[in-house]
Design a binder for this molecule. Structure first.
Ligand SMILES: Nc1nc2c(c(=O)[nH]1)N[C@H]1C(S)=C(S)[C@@H](COP(=O)(O)OP(=O)(O)OC[C@H]3O[C@@H](n4cnc5c(=O)[nH]c(N)nc54)[C@H](O)[C@@H]3O)O[C@H]1N2
Ligand SMILES: Nc1nc2c(c(=O)[nH]1)N[C@H]1C(S)=C(S)[C@@H](COP(=O)(O)OP(=O)(O)OC[C@H]3O[C@@H](n4cnc5c(=O)[nH]c(N)nc54)[C@H](O)[C@@H]3O)O[C@H]1N2
Ligand SMILES: [Mo]
Length: 673
């Protein structure tokens, strides 16, 4: 039989949301490549997706429902039928609801798939059940809050516009790992003469593409942005005309905030020299169309929303928004294009249950709650690995009285703790529609192969669970393609320019954000002063206080995505922590040895790596590993805290302090089987 080539979409949590070409031969995917006709992908993929077929056809895929037959977390299961699994889940839930109320059930999901249908497929069911609500803030809501504090609902510029910029600032963004198709635009602008800056806590892979790298102290970015503004004002480099017409609160900022951020003070706060600050401000003002791309890094601190807000304010002072290619982005939000209420079904909500923040799962499972959490249903997420304060999360998952169901593609660290594991489909086995948080594209995809064994999609499972629980609403009969049609709100102006024939044919089409006004804020201007917030003006907020000497940044790894792709042993390497050689020497350690990284929450074994380019005082651990591939029993989130950001209830993954010590000879934690 000859090979067929179909279009599909990368389902993973990445701003690029690539178009894929999938070659299928006899029911098997034999090759995956970037769609050359996809306007954003332009024919190339990242290292993770280049061999997606290895994930799809991995012998490690789960294919049958499983029932725990060992102790919690031991990973011992026996296969069972779907009927038995559904019967057990619904019987348990009925008993728990009768004894303790439906609020003691907690759904836990995030971004295993970004397809709008499969990602949101559980909301209607859990609303109908009356379960506790989950605040899904593990990624970067603080970034959104920082943006909207200044820009309201203003749609971010299209990423292609960056090609018209002459100064591109990648501010806390390792685009070479996390946004490679945007980086391609940056490289093209560079070829045409644009300068590229990287502002980060260490020079990572993206530094190779930058003309200048500015290394800041973690969490100090608000001071940097305000310090630059101080110089712009002091030296008369602001665009007075733009400010007079388009900006609210410049005089308040100038009078009340900027005097606190003179260069000498900002240099102490950020670690950037005074001369460099002066040079930065002058070059920024001299650029015709400076563009800032803000990554999530700055937002993952207890002061994260405020840091983003200060950075977003910067372009207003030089009028960068008035120039093609100028301005700033903190990510694209096109959710308003979709009739989300038809899939989320808030109208089915029973009672008014409490909300639990997903970054505080550890507390929710181990600390006294009224009512307690008695059952956890996890889908499209791996909280044992990705949630902060891993020791508390694992202690919660180990509770004998917690009934845990995990719907997964692989036997993850979370699935090991389940009472019941259900096998999940991959993106090539289901229908869905995708939007991106890095561009305005939308694309549909259809099942191209049969699921392995008895794997089912999120939507199918919730439909079966609804039947088992006796729910008769029509919603629970809808198929994915019907929901996709409902989600597309053709009357909504976002769809005005969409070619529906191309969409139906599986091609990417572009949504058009509203163009009726330039700045979608209450005042219609860029709001440096925001009277709706407790903090009406930006400033540097303090970080977590701790006596530990090193700041630990737990950055995204090049070849894995959060805890995804660890089934692909060929791509991930060794779980290591990097330090400047001075820090290594001071502790009497050597490059390559095993070390213990520790703080008040936990201890994690890593292989030590010396990196000359790292500043002192910083430790970097890339990637969120599966326990079974870690040198010890714990992974990086045993060190991170459940504390939330200043606004938005976001996670603070980079706001940790730790120390590092050598391991005694032969000392090691117990390994998992
Ligand atoms: N390869 C790969 N791609 C991914 C992911 C992955 O795990 N691997 N994850 C996906 C997901 S879920 C997301 S949300 C995005 C995240 O993608 P990004 O938003 O680009 O990544 P962040 O984790 O937010 O961190 C970006 C950078 O912030 C830097 N940083 C940390 N603290 C500070 C600070 O205080 N100041 C400054 N200036 N910089 C700082 C870090 O060193 C890091 O280089 O990427 C997605 N894509
Ligand atoms: N230390 C540290 N921790 C972090 C981060 C960090 O930078 N450092 N990043 C944080 C960020 S930005 C994010 S967004 C979160 C991400 O947290 P998660 O969204 O939980 O990310 P993943 O680790 O990718 O886990 C997704 C799981 O969903 C499964 N899955 C995939 N498709 C499907 C499906 O269709 N159905 C079902 N049922 N399951 C499916 C996958 O097999 C995978 O195990 O992690 C956070 N954790
Ligand atoms: Mo994320």
């Amino acid at each position: 039989m000859s090979t067929e080539i179909h279009r599909s979409v990368c389902p993973f949590d990445c701003p690029d949301c690539c178009g894929l070409l999938i070659e299928v031969d006899n029911g098997r995917v034999v090759r995956v490549s970037g769609d050359p006709e996809h306007p954003f992908t332009r024919g190339f993929l990242c290292a993770k997706m280049n061999h997606y077929q290895k994930t799809i056809h991995s012998p490690q895929r789960l294919t049958q429902p499983l029932l725990r037959c060992g102790s919690k977390g031991a990973g011992e299961f026996r296969p069972m039928s779907w009927n038995e699994a559904l019967e057990r889940i619904s019987t348990n839930w009925r008993e728990i609801i009768a004894a303790h109320g439906a609020e003691t059930l907690l759904p836990y999901s995030y971004a295993g798939t970004m397809g709008i249908v499969q990602r949101n497929a559980g909301h209607a069911f859990f609303h109908r059940l009356g379960a506790s609500l989950l605040e899904r803030g593990i990624c970067s809501p603080a970034k959104g809050c920082g943006w909207s504090a200044v820009m309201g609902n203003t749609p971010a510029p299209d990423p292609d516009e960056v090609e018209h910029s002459d100064l591109i600032i990648l501010w806390s963004s390792n685009a070479a790992a996390t946004n490679i198709h945007f980086l391609q635009r940056v490289k093209e602008a560079k070829k045409r003469g644009a300068k590229v800056w990287l502002i980060d806590v260490y020079p990572h892979q993206t530094a190779a593409h930058a003309d200048q790298v500015f290394v800041v102290k973690p969490g100090s970015d608000a001071a940097l942005a305000l310090g630059l503004m101080h110089i712009l004002v002091r030296d008369g480099l602001c665009d007075e005309k733009f400010i007079a017409g388009k900006v609210q609160g410049f005089s308040e900022l100038k009078a009340k905030v900027l005097p606190e951020y003179p260069p000498a003070t900002v240099s102490r706060m950020t670690g950037i020299g005074v001369a460099q600050l002066e040079q930065m401000a002058h070059k920024y003002a001299a650029a015709r169309a400076a563009f800032i791309s803000i990554g999530g890094g700055v937002s993952r601190y207890t002061n994260g929303a405020m840091s983003v807000r200060a950075i977003v304010a910067l372009p207003a002072l030089v009028g960068a928004w008035a120039q093609r290619g100028g301005g700033c982005t903190a990510g694209i939000s096109s959710g308003a294009a979709f009739a989300m209420e038809l899939i989320e079904r808030p109208d089915l909500q029973q009672g008014s249950p409490r909300t639990i923040n997903m970054s505080q799962l550890g507390m929710a499972l181990t600390q006294e709650q009224s009512p307690p959490v008695k059952s956890l249903y996890v889908y499209s997420s791996n909280p044992a690995a990705v949630a902060p304060d891993q020791n508390q999360v694992l202690a919660g998952l180990a509770r004998e009285d917690l009934f845990t169901v995990v719907h997964e593609r692989f036997m993850t660290d979370t699935a090991r703790f389940a009472d019941i594991v259900l096998p999940a489909t991959s993106s090539l086995e289901t229908s869905d529609i995708y939007r991106s948080y890095g561009h305005y594209g939308v694309q549909r995809c259809h099942p191209l192969i049969a699921p392995p064994g008895e794997a089912k999609s999120n939507l199918e499972v919730f439909s079966l669970l609804a039947k088992s629980m006796g729910f008769s609403e029509e919603f629970f009969d809808f198929k994915a393609d019907e929901l996709i049609e409902q989600l597309i709100d053709r009357q909504n102006p976002w769809w005005a320019e969409v070619d529906f024939t191309a969409l139906a044919a599986g091609r990417m089409v572009k949504l058009s954000p509203p163009k009726n006004q330039q700045f979608h804020t209450p005042s219609g201007r860029i709001e440096l002063f925001n009277p709706t917030l407790a903090e009406v003006l930006p400033r540097l907020l303090p970080l977590n206080v701790s006596d530990f000497p090193l700041q630990l940044v737990t950055a995204p790894a090049m070849k894995t995505l959060n805890s995804t792709f660890f089934e692909r042993e060929e791509i991930y390497g060794q779980m290591s922590v990097s330090l400047n050689p001075t820090e290594i020497e001071q502790r009497g350690l050597r490059d390559g040895q095993k070390v213990l990284v520790w703080n008040e929450r936990g201890e994690v074994e890593f292989f030590l790596r010396a990196e000359d380019s790292l500043p002192t005082g910083l430790a970097v651990a890339a990637g969120v590993w599966w326990q079974k591939f870690a040198p010890g029993q714990s992974t990086v989130n045993a060190l991170t805290a459940q504390k939330l950001t200043d606004l938005g209830g976001g996670s603070t993954f980079y706001d940790n302090r730790v120390d590092v010590k050598g391991m005694e000879k032969g000392e090691s934690f117990k390994k998992l089987p």
